[in-house]
Design a protein around this ligand. Structure first.
Ligand SMILES: O=C(O)CCC(=O)C(=O)O
Ligand SMILES: [Fe+2]
Length: 279
């Protein structure tokens, strides 16, 4: 397997996991503390949300960025000319969420955020001194009370056959944030690009958690941790008629955090959102 699969409960977990992030930008965890039933239940409830035209009442606004993003405004990956085949909902603790969905999704948000903080602690502890000198403040402090950490509920609709030529569920991209925590989706499709440019399927076993490095950690670590390109490919055969749901949590620092000589978290985020065409 290209990405290391690490037992979260093992004494070697921090070392193995951070080694995997360093080598591939990705790591996979098993025996982690996020309940699988919670993820399955979220997929079921949010499938109903996306199936209901009332979703349009929850449309995002460009300033706050919370709420529903329909397929026609969904991201165009950097350097790509065609929009992704997806719609999604951005959940923030301070943001709008339909009342019936709030309790469960916020339960997930808190658990995933706590785990992401633990994993960032592992990254910090396993960073060699030579690289740690680039951190302008401890990584764990960068995310304290940030309010910027974003949970994205993603729905990739079934393929109707009338998609724009070249359009894919998620074109090759890198994430903007520090770390991304992604439970197994209900359908496969996620792929990660290796150093040699070849694509590797990320297994989609229920109960598994995928974590990847984003641009902000790459920037703060002066390139030591690679923000690795990934994509979600279109299904073929019967699977074309299936929706795909996924649930990435993007761990973000406080806006004023200095990442490098070039960037604060805020200046970096704004630059990237402009490139994506969503602000
Ligand atoms: O849906 C997935 O599996 C990955 C989504 C993703 O890479 C993203 O939203 O940044
Ligand atoms: Fe991503």
């Amino acid at each position: 397997m290209y990405v290391q699969n690490v037992d979260y409960t093992s004494s070697e977990a921090p070392e193995r996991f951070v080694e995997s992030l360093r080598e591939t930008g990705f790591g996979v965890l098993r025996n982690h503390p996020i309940p699988g039933e919670l993820v399955t239940s979220i997929y079921r409830h949010w499938q109903a949300f996306f199936d209901d035209p009332a979703k349009h009442d929850w449309r995002y606004d460009t300033g706050r960025q919370d709420g529903y993003f329909p397929p026609d405004v969904s991201e165009t990956a950097k350097g790509h000319g065609v929009k992704d085949l997806k719609e999604y909902y951005h959940v923030y603790p301070w943001g709008r969420v339909p009342e019936a969905l709030r309790g469960e999704i916020m339960d997930y948000y808190r658990r995933a955020e706590a785990l992401a903080s633990t994993l960032l602690g592992w990254v910090e502890a396993q960073t060699p001194a030579q690289t740690a000198q680039y951190y302008r403040e401890p990584l764990s402090r960068m995310i304290e009370d940030s309010g910027q950490t974003l949970l994205r509920v993603l729905h990739y609709p079934p393929l109707a056959g009338d998609e724009e030529p070249g359009a894919v569920r998620a074109a090759a991209h890198e994430d903007i944030n520090l770390l991304t925590v992604l439970p197994a989706a209900n359908e496969p499709g996620l792929e990660v690009r290796g150093r040699d440019g070849s694509w590797h399927e990320v297994p989609c076993d229920p109960g598994q958690l995928v974590i990847n490095v984003g641009d902000m950690l790459q920037e703060a670590s002066n390139g030591y941790f690679p923000s690795t390109t990934h994509r979600v490919v279109n299904p073929s055969g019967e699977a074309r008629l299936q929706s795909r749901l996924s649930l990435p949590l993007f761990l973000h620092p406080r806006p004023e955090v200095v990442l490098s000589a070039r960037h604060t978290a805020d200046s970096y985020l704004k630059e990237r959102l402009r490139e994506l065409g969503v602000i």
